[in-house]
Ligand binder design. Structure first.
Ligand code: PSU
Ligand code: MN
Length: 302
C-alpha cells in the first residue's frame, strides 16, 4: 500500500475548498547550499501564507510520501546527508526502499495531483540541456507537464538550458506556456530572454479557467506559467550569460552527466557570481510562491 501522508492542515484546506499551493523539495536539497536552503524553504512557505493559501511542501521521508511538511521536517530534510533526487522514475523505488528523497518538479506534480492540489510553485523547471543533440539530456519535467493536471508557476526554465529547444519540446507535448504580464519568455535570473513566449496572459482567473477547460476537453497535462523575476532582483542577461557559458564548459570538461548536471551548474554559477545567483534565485521563488497563492485562490470558485 502506498503511504501518502497529507498533513492535517493541507487536507483540511482541500476538504473546505481553500487555496493550496504545492512546493517542491529538490530546490532545498540539491538547488541551494545549507543553511540558506532551510531559510528559503520557510520563507517560500510564508510567502504562500501571506497571500492567502496553505503551502504543501512535498518530499519522501523514510519511505512516506509527505504532502505538507512540518517546519521540523523541512529542517531535517535541508540538513539531510545525500538525500535522493526523485523524478518520475525514482518515486516508487524510494517508497519501496523506505528511503528519503526530495521531489523534482515532475515528482512533485505527481504527488500534488494525487492529493488533489492543482497549483504548484517552483523556481525554474527542468528542460532541454544545451548540447542535447549529443547528450539527449531532456528533463522529465517536460513530459510530466504533458501528462499531469497541475499548473506550475516558475520563472521560465533555468537559463542554463537551451531555451528555444525547451519551448519547442513543450509545444510538441502540447503544454501551454503562458508568460505572465509580458510578451517574452523569462530566463530565470533575468526577467526577459531573447525569445517570445508562445502565450501571454494577464488575468489569473482566466489562467485558472483555462486549467479547468483543459480537463473538461479531456486533454491531459498541466500548464506552465512563466513569471518573470522582479526587475529590482534580476541579473541582466548580458552579465549572467558568460558565466553560464563557463559553467557549462566546466560541466563538459568534468564529464558531469544525468541527474548531476543541474546541481553542478547551479553550484558553479553560485561560485562564479560570488553568491549573487542565489540571491536572485531566492527572490524569484518567493515571488512565484506569492503569485501561485493568488492563482490558487481563483481555483476555489469552481
Ligand atoms: N530550479 C532551481 N533549482 C533546482 C531545480 C529547479 O532553481 O534545483 C530542480 C527542480 O527540482 C527540477 C530539477 O525539477 O532541478 C530538474 O532536474 P533535471 O534537469 O535533472 O530533470
Ligand atoms: Mn537531465
Amino acid at each position: 500500500m502506498i503511504e501518502i501522508d497529507v498533513s492535517t492542515e493541507v487536507q483540511d484546506a482541500l476538504d473546505n475548498s481553500k487555496p493550496v499551493v504545492a512546493l517542491e523539495s529538490t530546490i532545498i536539497t540539491h538547488g541551494m547550499p545549507w543553511p540558506e536552503n532551510k531559510q528559503v524553504a520557510l520563507r517560500v512557505e510564508k510567502s504562500v501564507r501571506d497571500n492567502g493559501a496553505v503551502p504543501a511542501t512535498i518530499a519522501v521521508l523514510n519511505g512516506v510520501l509527505k504532502v505538507g511538511l512540518s517546519h521540523q521536517e523541512i529542517s531535517e530534510l535541508a540538513a539531510w546527508q545525500s538525500p535522493r533526487k526523485l523524478s518520475r522514475a525514482d518515486l516508487a523505488i524510494c517508497l519501496t526502499q523506505k528511503a528519503t528523497g526530495a521531489t523534482t518538479v515532475a515528482a512533485t506534480m505527481i504527488a500534488a495531483a494525487h492529493a488533489g492540489i492543482s497549483v504548484f510553485a517552483t523556481g525554474g523547471i527542468g528542460g532541454v540541456h544545451r548540447g542535447a543533440e549529443f547528450s539527449f539530456d531532456i528533463s522529465a519535467d517536460l513530459q510530466e507537464l504533458a501528462r499531469t493536471p497541475v499548473t506550475v508557476v516558475s520563472s521560465g526554465c533555468k537559463a542554463i538550458l537551451d531555451i528555444p529547444k525547451t519551448l519547442e519540446v513543450l509545444e510538441t507535448f502540447g503544454v501551454p506556456v503562458i508568460a505572465y504580464k509580458q510578451d517574452e519568455f523569462p530566463a530565470f535570473w533575468s526577467a526577459k530572454s531573447e525569445y517570445k513566449s508562445p502565450l501571454r496572459m494577464d488575468d489569473l482567473k482566466q489562467i485558472a479557467e483555462a486549467h479547468k477547460m483543459r480537463a473538461e476537453l479531456g486533454i491531459t497535462g498541466g500548464q506552465l506559467v512563466a513569471n518573470p523575476i522582479p526587475a529590482q532582483n534580476e541579473i541582466p542577461l548580458c552579465d549572467i550569460q558568460p558565466i553560464i557559458d563557463q559553467a557549462i564548459e566546466n560541466s563538459f570538461n568534468d564529464k558531469i552527466t544525468a541527474k548531476d548536471v543541474t546541481p553542478f551548474l547551479l553550484s558553479r554559477i553560485f561560485d562564479l557570481t560570488a553568491g549573487k545567483s542565489l540571491e536572485a534565485n531566492i527572490a524569484l521563488i518567493v515571488n512565484n510562491a506569492s503569485l501561485a497563492a493568488k492563482l490558487a485562490s481563483n481555483f476555489t470558485d469552481f
